[in-house]
Design a protein around this ligand. Structure first.
Ligand code: ADP
Length: 726
């Protein structure tokens, strides 16, 4: 189908044509003929990179131009929200406004009311629903990207509940990878179904075993025995390769090994460009390894890297400067990063239950990364048989069908939180109403029988009543209590809230960071570090040493909570180091964690600390304790000792600059206002840009002669910030 022929607003066609797209891919055409342009719900289950985004853009923009209202585009990851936001920005030339929202779960974000297309993570949108943002009523269309995540253990329930809430209120467009039961999903959503294996670039799939590569069609190729030869072969042909492995350490190890082999194929200018790229990375143990790998044109990619590092790698791979990426499967979900050849080294991974097979759905998503549209005539996806029989792998992953999706609503933690939200935020006022809501879920559609969920719901309701989240009136109607309502808005597990509340008296008696951090680390909402075997004794010693500061008792060795507890102590110690200004690099080294881990821990701890304070405010807080908690929260947010709290409030002053200023004698905002510009510029890390920022913050114009001055010439200038304030 030609874009010209589309029955949509002329302006939409114009923008699509301007992108150089004149012809729709067959599944796109089918999707747009399904009734979705007339308001019908649609499940679109097609492989990655076959143009789902374009379909959703056409549907969204056409609808908004014709009917007004808002469209919400749901993504599973923050990084994806940014990617989509940048893509959709283009539609602003038609007068539509695009926004993205991901963080801060305790807000109605009324500012979003001014926007037409809102990109949000599922969790963020769920929290917006709970806060009852006014603009939600204007949402006419919800696009759920990667809707197969309904089957994911920890994320699925959120997505399922959002869709249940919006079903019937807004049109739904669900975008999915190929799954085993797309029909079932479509039935639930009362949607048309478009399913296809069509891909814009042809995909060849094969199994590699000790030098023999057998393609799907039976053709055989010979290589040297080690699978590294698959990588070097691709590079030799001027192409790239993406290697999937099952752990971060393997990704690093293989990157370093491959780097040595690949470096021989690099040109001199490429080597220089790679050196430059490496020099952009900061210094820490993980990036040291990354730098070494980069020298040979290889990088690793995993959740331990910082956002900046990941973006840097992704961009350089797209440009062809980095030839090979070794990655954990986090890369296969989301980020658009195709490669001529995809090599899958592992088909098993370690889980709580030991080694398990990676689902077909996930392996197929990895394979789907093969072949770059416009550059490659076809892509190649190769599974390396290391521990499994090649024939079996062929049957399971290449000829086999992906798994069915199963509702994860019954996941205890998610369910507890969702039931609370239904009662406190969505006006569900009796058990009967609760059940009739649950009858509209995918769970109910799939199981037909609600009895076990009903039983679970009863248990949760008892728990909520017993712990004063909810009360019952004389007619057995639910009455939300402030504690319940606030817990739900804060987007934390009721169990976390209960733990906090139970500990308030102890905190009041002895407020201290270690105790509070261990408490935070012990909640189900925290991603806690694990204490390794060789570390266990150290953390146990530490716990005994600081026993007086803990609010929990130290479990016995035989206790099933013992190991978890040591992990909490470790996590608390990391946070303690952070607020005591231990340099990041030392933290990574001491605890063997990566920058991405520290970032995640800090992000979660920040949100839980905020929640703890918000809940404490409900229970006749003591002013001095509240102030203590607020200061600790700020210290956690900035990673500083108390004495720097005043300085980190200034723009562009983080923990390092604040410490440098303080040590140079600038101990308060007033000190800085009075300072001579030249003296400020003497301080490590303080350049003219930062000083300009300070001027702006204090509300004064930067004097002309200093504007644009370099650090050295700046030194000659006289004058103080204070002087300019007068
Ligand atoms: P998906 O969302 O299914 O993973 P995308 O929508 O990101 O895939 O599409 C992948 C690439 O294909 C994008 O660069 C997009 O611009 C391009 N594309 C989409 N539809 C067409 C088309 N009909 N013709 C040419 N290129 C297209």
């Amino acid at each position: 189908m030609r874009v010209e022929e589309l029955p949509v607003d002329e302006r939409v066609k114009k923008v699509v044509l301007e992108r150089g797209i004149e012809e729709l891919y067959p599944p796109q055409a089918e999707a747009l003929k399904s009734g979705v342009l007339k308001g019908r719900n649609l499940v679109l289950a097609i492989p990655t990179a076959s143009g789902k985004t374009l379909v959703s853009e056409i549907v969204m923009v056409n609808k908004l131009l014709r009917e007004g209202g808002k469209a919400v585009y749901l993504v599973p990851l923050k990084a994806l929200a940014e990617e989509k936001y940048r893509e959709f920005k283009e539609w602003e030339k038609l007068g539509l406004r695009v926004a993205a929202t991901t963080g801060d779960y305790d807000s109605t974000d009324e500012w979003l009311g001014r926007y037409d297309i809102i990109v949000a993570t599922a969790e963020k949108f769920d929290s917006l629903l709970r806060h009852g943002a006014r603009w939600i009523d204007e949402v006419k269309l919800v696009v759920a990207d990667e809707v197969h995540l309904i089957g994911s253990y920890d994320r699925g329930a959120t997505l399922e509940m959002i869709l249940t809430h919006m079903l019937g209120k807004a049109q739904i467009l669900a975008l999915s990878a190929t799954v085993g039961n797309a029909e079932e999903l479509a039935e639930w959503l009362d949607a048309a179904l478009v399913m296809s294996d069509w891909r814009p670039v042809q995909l060849r799939k094969g199994i590699f075993h000790l030098g023999t590569l057998v393609w799907e069609d039976g053709k055989v190729e010979r290589y040297p025995e080690n699978w590294y030869s698959l990588v070097t072969d691709a590079v030799k042909r001027g192409k790239g390769a993406l290697v999937f492995v099952n752990t971060r350490r393997s990704a690093e190890k293989e990157a370093l090994a491959l780097s040595k082999l690949v470096s021989g194929y690099l040109t001199k200018p490429e080597k220089r460009a790679l050196e430059r790229l490496a020099s952009e990375l900061e210094d820490n143990p993980t990036s040291e390894k990354l730098k070494r790998a980069l020298k040979g044109g290889v990088a690793f990619h995993h959740a331990g890297l910082s956002r900046a590092e990941r973006t840097l790698i992704e961009d350089a791979f797209r440009e062809g400067l980095i030839k090979v990426i070794t990655a954990t499967p986090t890369l296969s979900a989301g980020v658009n990063l195709p490669s001529f050849r995809v090599i899958i080294r592992d088909t098993k991974r370690y889980s709580n239950f030991g080694w398990v097979d990676i689902p077909v759905l996930e392996i197929q998503q990895m394979m789907g990364r093969a072949g770059r549209p416009r550059y490659d005539k076809f892509g190649e996806a190769i599974i390396v048989a290391r521990t499994e029989e090649p024939g079996k792998l062929m049957e399971r992953y290449i000829r086999g069908r992906p798994e069915k999706l199963f509702s994860m609503l019954a996941n205890e933690q998610a369910f507890r939180s969702q039931v609370l939200a239904l009662i406190t935020n969505f006006g569900v006022s009796s058990f009967r109403e609760l059940i009739s809501f649950l009858e509209r879920t995918f769970y109910a559609h799939q199981r037909k029988d609600l009895s076990s969920l009903e039983y679970k719901a009863k248990e949760v309701v008892y728990f909520l009543i017993e712990n004063e989240f909810v009360d019952l009136d004389l007619e057995d109607n639910f009455m939300p209590l402030p504690f319940g309502k606030r817990t739900s808005q804060l987007y934390i597990d009721p169990l976390t809230a209960k733990k906090f509340r139970d500990t308030f008296p102890a905190i009041e008696r002895n407020p201290n960071p270690f105790g509070i951090f261990q408490l935070i680390a012990s909640t189900p909402d925290m991603a806690t570090l694990t204490a390794r075997r060789r570390e266990m004794e150290d953390y146990l010693d530490l716990a005994y040493e600081l026993e007086g500061e803990l609010y929990a008792s130290i479990p016995y060795y035989e206790d099933s909570r013992f190991q978890g507890f040591l992990g909490q102590v470790k996590t608390a110690k990391v946070l303690l180091d952070w607020i005591n200004e231990v340099p990041e690099a030392r933290i990574y080294e001491t605890y063997s964690i990566d920058p991405g881990d520290l970032y995640r821990i800090l992000e979660l701890a920040d949100w839980l600390m905020y929640s703890l304070i918000e809940l404490y405010r409900l229970f006749e807080p003591k002013a001095e304790v509240l102030q203590y908690l607020r200061d600790l929260h700020l210290r956690l947010r900035h990673g500083v000792r108390e004495e720097l709290l005043e300085l980190v409030k200034l723009p562009n002053i983080g923990r390092k600059r604040a410490r440098a200023l303080y040590n140079a004698g600038f101990r308060s905002q007033e000190d800085i206002m009075r300072a001579k510009v030249k003296d400020l510029l003497e301080v490590e890390g303080i350049g003219i840009k930062v000083v300009e920022g300070l001027f702006r913050y204090f509300g004064v114009e930067m004097p002309g002669e200093i504007k644009g001055a370099t650090k050295r010439s700046g030194r000659k200038k006289r004058g103080t910030l204070d002087a300019f304030l007068k």
